[in-house]
Design a protein around this ligand. Structure first.
Ligand SMILES: *[C@@H]1O[C@H](CO)[C@@H](O)[C@H](O)[C@H]1NC(C)=O
Ligand SMILES: *[C@@H]1O[C@H](CO)[C@@H](O)[C@H](O)[C@H]1NC(C)=O
Ligand SMILES: *[C@@H]1O[C@H](CO)[C@@H](O)[C@H](O)[C@H]1NC(C)=O
Ligand SMILES: *[C@@H]1O[C@H](CO)[C@@H](O)[C@H](O)[C@H]1NC(C)=O
Ligand SMILES: *[C@@H]1O[C@H](CO)[C@@H](O)[C@H](O)[C@H]1NC(C)=O
Ligand SMILES: *[C@@H]1O[C@H](CO)[C@@H](O)[C@H](O)[C@H]1NC(C)=O
Ligand SMILES: *[C@@H]1O[C@H](CO)[C@@H](O)[C@H](O)[C@H]1NC(C)=O
Length: 917
């Protein structure tokens, strides 16, 4: 007993003297503990100052290194694990220093900025390691053969360093290794056949080095292998049968090497193969049956080889997401089975020898984003079903033998950004198809047999940026000057057509344009003046009727009489509004079963009493009294409007302030009232009427708004005097204001909101004739669970046709009403008659813009007329019966704001607006 205590005291004293911090806890391992701590600290001292600051807990003063950052100890309080990934530690890799850590089994220093080499004696320094992770550093030199003596290693990851030289054959003894990852270094030489001895290996990643020679057959012994990555090397020879047959293989990645021979017949033998890539090699011959029938495939890349196989046999791959077999020598037809690869997002088969038609079943690929069948020998028409692939973003069918016209269904592809149909035998006018793809950035229709005029609507595709190429067709008529509004466009090619008239002066405002080709047409007159055109090569303008201008090589204009009036040419505006337009059907408000919605607005469910909620600086009861007085208890004399759910009064308070008071009809339930408050409390926009307060009293409920001096747009349009005051410029501004308000509600609010009752009655005008949207009684917040609209609401004549058969409210309902409103604004009255007369006969009727305009105003001069036409075209698009073809308000605003094309070719007043049924 005595001796034991004495021994303990002595030990404690020794410990305290040597390294007081370890004294109490580390008794059995004092020396090693100290040694370990010193090793760590001396490594720390070699690091940069900044790096040292990441290791503050590593200090002499603290207790045991076991509590230091990134350090773990085992049973005997000796360090077993050092884990310091991703700290951006800069300095030498500590492999030498850590030899003191005798029980270290796991070392993770990945993703730092460590330099140095792996010491040749690593087996004597760190012989117990199971896990060594050094990836993502700047370690140089070769891999020492001694690493092969760390026979306990299970995981060895040295990728993403600067290691060079060969992979040592000594690795054969690492039979417990499950992961060997050496990718992204500068390793060279052969893949050692000895790797075939690593019987536990599951992942082998050697990609992105400069390895040469063949893929060793011995890798076929690695029966547990699930992933084999050898891409981006310089491997040659065939893909060994033995490897392809591995039963657990899920990924075989071999792209970008110099592999040759045929694909091994045993591919996918285990039935697990998901990812197989061997692109950019010299593989030849057929596609093996194993691969053709491989149901597990997820991602396949075989592009740029010499494969010569019948693609007709490619079948159903229920999980296939991505396939690229382009630039081979594949032949045969595209099987209708492709339509059953439901998950497919990309299908590239371009640059082969594929014949036959595009199977209509392809329309079932609802997830497809990229379809590239270009440079083959496909024939027949483009299937209508193409319009079902609404996720499509890139559609390439160029250089085939396709014929017929572009199906209108292509207009449903409202995510399409890249469309290339060039070099086929397509024909007919292009009206009514591509112009609906509002997101297009690249449009190439060159070298077909398209005819008719260039649709002015192409000028609305304001996202066009990379290219608009209509060359090599038979387009006739004038170049629409609205194309000048494409101010993101960089390249425009209209050459090799039969276009006549002038080059629109609006083109001088295409600020992004880098190249334009209008050669080989019948153009005449002055080339618009701009730096780009002045310095342009003459080739852009060659072979026309009589162009003149400042461009070098063209005759100057004075000699040819450039000032003369250009011939007026008619351009046509097409919009599709089928006879099913059904707003007349909805004559009454139909109430459907509906859930009560919850309201956030304060006071909604409280007992009724006189209460004024001060949204701004109101003083409750006092104001209530003032308002009742000012309106003489809501007498008719002060009423300025009556709507479905309430009357509006003008309240001129004794204080001099004027407010608009909307008194809610008492039979209405709370819903309307609360909804309006809720909506307006949350939104603030200069084109949305301001709610100043509300009152909920026993007999009265009313809302207090800022007073808009000129009342509603409807009223202003009705009376002759005020209608004349509303000149074209003001009407354009009003449309702009309303579009901004709606865009804000739909896209920029805390939650998207649908107004649901955009009419000229609900647009109010201030003294300056600027517009504000009002009446939020049936507004709908499109949030999570409240996605169903439970009541058909709105105003006859402004309701979107889909509301006849669906209760699903989207912001596209507002877009439709907006379209009606725009026409009303320019016509001076509701366009109902016009729309129904154009539609009723079933025949194609047209009206010119001139005939449509409000006769109480003088005809607009050309610049304004151009604007009106642009706005009208947006309006007509908003009236598309298919909601998905209507532009979003955001898009509409961007078109309305786009650079006004210059005056004045063709004369827009004569533009026909006809609406085919
Ligand atoms: C590998 O292990 C064997 C024994 O299995 C041994 O004879 C040989 O020396 C070891 N090779 C290396 C490079 O360590
Ligand atoms: C290959 O490695 C280099 C350098 O480490 C890197 O820049 C490159 O992106 C890598 N390439 C691939 C395909 O991973
Ligand atoms: C490994 O594969 C080679 C060639 O495929 C074979 O000859 C050898 O017997 C295999 N070795 C082991 C240990 O299975
Ligand atoms: C195939 O690739 C995908 C995507 O990169 C990946 O999620 C999947 O796990 C891979 N399959 C296998 C078997 O590793
Ligand atoms: C394409 O297929 C046709 C027969 O269908 C053949 O005559 C032609 O040589 C093939 N072309 C290429 C480039 O493989
Ligand atoms: C695909 O499109 C066709 C024609 O446009 C249409 O009749 C069919 O209903 C659509 N199919 C699906 C599944 O959407
Ligand atoms: C919306 O309507 C659909 C079908 O009419 C119904 O299945 C769904 O439950 C409704 N959702 C809500 C939130 O009422």
């Amino acid at each position: 007993m005595y001796t034991k205590i004495l021994a303990a005291i002595l030990l404690a004293m020794v410990a305290a003297a040597a390294l007081p911090v370890f004294g109490k806890e580390a008794a059995p391992a004092i020396d090693t503990g100290r040694e370990e701590a010193e090793a760590l600290l001396s490594w720390k001292a070699t690091l940069s100052n900044q790096s040292q600051s990441f290791l503050l807990s590593w200090s002499n003063m603290s207790s045991s290194p076991c509590s230091w950052h990134g350090i773990q100890c085992g049973m005997a309080r000796m360090i077993t694990k050092v884990s310091l990934p991703g700290l951006r530690l800069g300095g030498l890799a500590p492999l030498d220093y850590f030899s003191a850590l005798r029980t270290l089994t796991s070392l993770d220093l990945s993703r730092n900025e460590l330099t140095g080499i792996i010491p040749p004696s690593i087996d004597r320094l760190l012989g117990e390691l199971r896990v060594l992770l050094l990836h993502g550093n700047q370690i140089r030199g070769s891999i020492p053969p001694a690493l092969g003596n760390l026979v306990h290693l299970q995981k060895l990851v040295l990728s993403d360093n600067m290691l060079s030289g060969p992979i040592p054959g000594s690795f054969r003894n690492l039979t417990k290794l499950t992961t060997l990852n050496l990718h992204q270094n500068q390793l060279s030489g052969l893949i050692p056949p000895e790797l075939g001895h690593l019987a536990s290996l599951e992942e082998l990643e050697l990609e992105n080095n400069t390895l040469t020679g063949p893929i060793p057959k011995t890798l076929g012994n690695l029966t547990r292998l699930t992933s084999l990555y050898l891409h981006y090397n310089q491997l040659s020879g065939p893909i060994p049968q033995e490897v392809a047959k591995l039963m657990n293989l899920g990924e075989l990645i071999l792209g970008s090497n110099n592999l040759s021979g045929t694909l091994p017949s045993g591919l996918c033998a285990g039935g697990w193969l998901q990812n197989f890539t061997a692109h950019d090699n010299n593989l030849v011959g057929p596609l093996p049956t194993g691969l053709l029938n491989c149901k597990s495939l997820f991602r396949v890349r075989l592009e740029r080889n010499q494969l010569e196989a019948d693609i007709s046999e490619m079948g159903v791959y229920p999980d296939l997401v991505y396939v690229d077999v382009s630039s081979n020598k594949l032949f045969g037809q595209l099987s209708h089975h492709w339509g059953d690869c439901h998950k497919l997002t990309m299908l590239r088969v371009s640059d082969n020898n594929i014949t036959g038609v595009l199977p209509p079943s392809i329309g079932k690929l609802s997830q497809l984003r990229i379809l590239d069948v270009s440079s083959n020998k496909l024939e027949g028409r483009i299937p209508l079903e193409i319009g079902n692939m609404t996720m499509l973003f890139n559609l390439s069918m160029s250089e085939n033998l396709l014929e017929g016209s572009i199906p209108q269904e292509i207009g449903s592809l409202n995510n399409l950004e890249y469309l290339d149909l060039s070099s086929n035998n397509l024909s007919g006018p292009i009206q009514g198809s591509v112009q609906h793809c509002l997101k297009l950035r690249f449009l190439k229709l060159s070298y077909n047999q398209f005819n008719g005029s260039i649709p002015i609507e192409l000028g609305m595709l304001v996202n066009l940026q990379q290219l608009l190429d209509l060359s090599g067709n038979s387009f006739t008529g004038a170049i629409p000057s609205l194309l000048g509004g494409l101010n993101m466009l960089e390249a425009l090619n209209l050459s090799h057509n039969s276009l006549n008239g002038i080059i629109p002066s609006s083109f001088q405002r295409m600020i992004s344009l880098l190249s334009m080709d209008v050669s080989y047409n019948k153009l005449e007159g002055k080339v618009p003046q701009s730096r780009l055109f002045d310095e342009a090569p003459i080739g852009w303008f060659m072979h026309n009727k009589q162009l003149c201008g400042a461009t070098k090589g063209l005759p100057p204009c004075d000699l040819t009489g450039s000032g003369r009036q250009e011939k007026k040419s008619r351009a046509s505006l097409l919009a599709i509004i089928p006879a099913t337009l059904a707003f007349v059907l909805i004559a009454t408000l139909v109430k459907l079963q509906c859930k009560k919605e919850k309201f956030k607005a304060e006071g909604a469910n409280e007992p009724r009493q006189t209460k004024l909620f001060a949204v701004s600086n109101f003083d409750g009861g006092e104001v209530y009294k003032l308002i009742v007085d000012a309106t003489e208890n809501f007498s008719h004399a002060h009423c300025i409007g009556t709507g479905a759910n309430g009357s509006v009064y003008r309240a001129h308070l004794q204080t001099g302030e004027i407010f608009a008071i909307k008194r809610i009809h008492m039979m209405e339930d709370d819903e309307q009232f609360n909804r309006e408050i809720d909506a307006l409390v949350h939104i603030r926009h200069r084109n949305i009427v301001k709610l100043l307060g509300y009152c909920s009293a026993t007999h009265d409920r009313f809302l207090v708004y800022e007073y808009m001096d000129r009342g509603s747009l409807a009223a202003s349009l009705k009376a002759k005097n005020s209608a004349v005051e509303l000149d074209w410029r003001r009407r354009l501004n009003i449309v702009m204001d309303v579009s901004r308000a709606l865009s804000y509600m739909h896209h920029d609010c805390f939650a998207p909101m649908v107004h649901r009752d955009i009419t000229s009655n609900n647009i109010l005008l201030d003294l300056e004739f600027r517009a504000r949207v009002s009446d939020f009684g049936i507004v709908k917040v499109l949030a999570g669970d409240s996605s169903n609209c439970t009541m058909l609401a709105g105003t006859k004549g402004y309701l979107a046709p889909e509301l006849a058969y669906t209760t699903r409210v989207t912001e596209k309902c507002d877009v439709y009403s907006f379209g009606v409103l725009v026409l009303e604004c320019f016509m001076g009255h509701h366009p109902g008659d016009l729309l129904s007369s154009l539609l009723s006969s079933g025949a194609r009727k047209s009206t010119s813009l001139k005939d449509l305009l409000d006769t109480r105003l003088p005809l607009p001069e050309s610049e304004t007329a151009t604007e009106i036409l642009k706005f009208t075209m947006v309006a007509v698009q908003c009236l598309a019966p298919n909601p998905s073809r209507r532009p979003s308000m955001k898009h509409a605003v961007s078109v309305l704001l786009s650079t006004a094309p210059g005056p004045c070719n063709p004369d827009y007043l004569d533009t026909d607006i006809f609406i085919p049924v």
